[in-house]
Design a protein around this ligand. Structure first.
Ligand code: UDP
Length: 413
């Protein structure tokens, strides 16, 4: 058995792996290509850098391509992101032209990789128009939306829909995100890799060391939110919650840690807003981390008493599952994919306002035993629902369905 699968068999059980092998065997080493818009930063890159190697080990010719563009391209696609998550953003014609031109250029560059692929997964809006430039495509093309598209700004969605409608299928994280489209829609929740640097067990001394590096006092309570600096993640709301909670828990410290994603041009503006909101409070640690700080993030989540993800909109929110996996109750915004992960009063608390978040912080900080019980329930909930092997199984099932869908009988080995 190969290295990765061997390690997974130990973590998830032999049965899980043989089930994956069985599904994969009906697909005969297909060529599968994923395309997104960044290799680092954000949840999609996080998932693909684990999913693709595992698909390769299962015998697929699996590849990961990244669409690249200039400043105006990313400005345009960030506007799409904001609009799909509900902001009424008018995208100028000039940016739309740049968007389509960039996709055309990338299509030329990726021709060999995509034209003869058996399955192409296009992630999010950035590369959505690629399909238009592959009239002779051989395989099935699937649009995978990771965004909270429950209430998209209609003019922008109507524009993007023209491209999305050309796909053979689309995948959303939640039923409430799905849209009216002329093809089958699948629901697949994201996952984390328990063996990655971000999520593996690490020694307590390492947690102590990372905390000390950032000047955190481990004898005092700590709340941590790990996120790109994006207004939908509401970092300033987290600071307001911290200030309110600090009245009851004067020793409280807060970490807001994030890094830039190469496809997110708004990060530095939001970071400045957050630094201003922190206002020189020595117990608020605003950390700008490098893209490969996975172990550092792992340690910060473990050092936390409470993990926070107070988003206002969230497609899934991998950071929630990451926190739960480390046995921490999560205080999460009552929105999108967070609602699937935070089971109120069990794995954490869902909140809608900074006041609500502060009240839950206070409760958890005052009730250590309850915090620990919830943390145990949290980890178990992730084990049962949000590990990579489950997501891979659903991906393979989707591929089996699309590939063999028109056949009366599908041999399963
Ligand atoms: N992340 C990271 N460095 C950072 C901020 C975030 O590695 O500075 C990771 C985080 O641990 C998580 C992913 O990026 O795995 C963010 O995914 P999520 O679904 O929470 O949010 P997105 O950024 O995709 O909106």
């Amino acid at each position: 058995m190969s290295g990765l699968l061997d390690a997974y068999a130990k973590a998830a059980g032999e049965d899980t792996i043989s089930h994956l092998r069985q599904l994969a065997s009906t697909l005969n080493g297909m060529k599968v290509v994923h395309v997104n818009s960044t290799r680092e930063g954000g949840g999609v890159a996080e998932i693909l850098c684990r999913l693709v190697p595992l698909q390769q080990e299962l015998g697929f010719d699996a590849r990961w391509e990244v669409i690249t563009g200039g400043k105006e391209f990313y400005q345009c696609t960030k506007s799409f992101h904001n609009a799909l998550q509900g902001n009424p953003v008018v995208v100028p014609e000039r940016l739309l032209k740049e968007f389509e031109k960039t996709n055309r250029e990338n299509a030329d560059r990726m021709k060999d990789a995509l034209e003869d692929a058996d399955a192409v997964f296009i992630h999010d809006p950035q590369p959505a128009p690629l399909i238009k430039y592959f009239p002779n495509r051989k395989g099935k093309w699937i649009w995978r939306c990771h965004i909270d598209a429950s209430q998209p700004y209609r003019p922008v969605w109507n524009y993007l829909r023209k491209f999305v409608a050309q796909y053979d299928a689309s995948v959303f994280s939640l039923a409430e995100f799905s849209q009216s489209l002329p093809h089958p829609q699948y629901l697949i929740l994201p996952s984390i890799d328990p063996l990655s640097e971000k999520n593996m067990d690490i020694p307590d001394e390492e947690v102590d060391h990372v905390a000390a590096t950032f000047g955190l006092d481990r004898s005092r309570p700590l709340a941590v939110q790990i996120s790109r600096f994006d207004r939908f993640k509401d970092p300033t709301g987290v600071i307001r919650a911290y200030r309110l909670a600090k009245k009851f828990s004067p020793g409280l410290q807060l970490v807001l840690a994030g890094g830039g994603a190469t496809d997110d041009p708004e990060g530095s503006t939001v970071l400045k807003e957050v630094q201003e909101a922190a206002g020189g409070d020595g117990d608020v640690h605003v950390l700008l981390l490098p893209a490969d700080a996975h172990r550092t993030i792992n340690a910060l989540q473990r050092a936390a008493d409470i993990v926070v993800q107070k988003s206002i909109r969230e497609g899934f929110g991998l950071t929630v599952t990451e926190g739960l996996w480390k046995g921490k109750p999560v205080i999460g915004g009552n929105t999108g994919g967070i609602k699937i992960q935070v089971i109120d009063h069990h794995t954490g608390f869902l909140v809608s306002t900074p006041e609500g978040a502060a009240m839950r912080m206070r409760y958890l900080l005052l009730n250590r035993e309850r915090r620990e019980d919830m943390g145990r329930e949290a980890r178990d909930y992730v084990r049962r629902n949000f590990l990579l092997t489950r997501q891979l199984r659903e991906h393979l099932t989707l591929m089996v369905g699309l590939h063999h869908g028109s056949e009366d009988r599908i041999g399963m080995g």
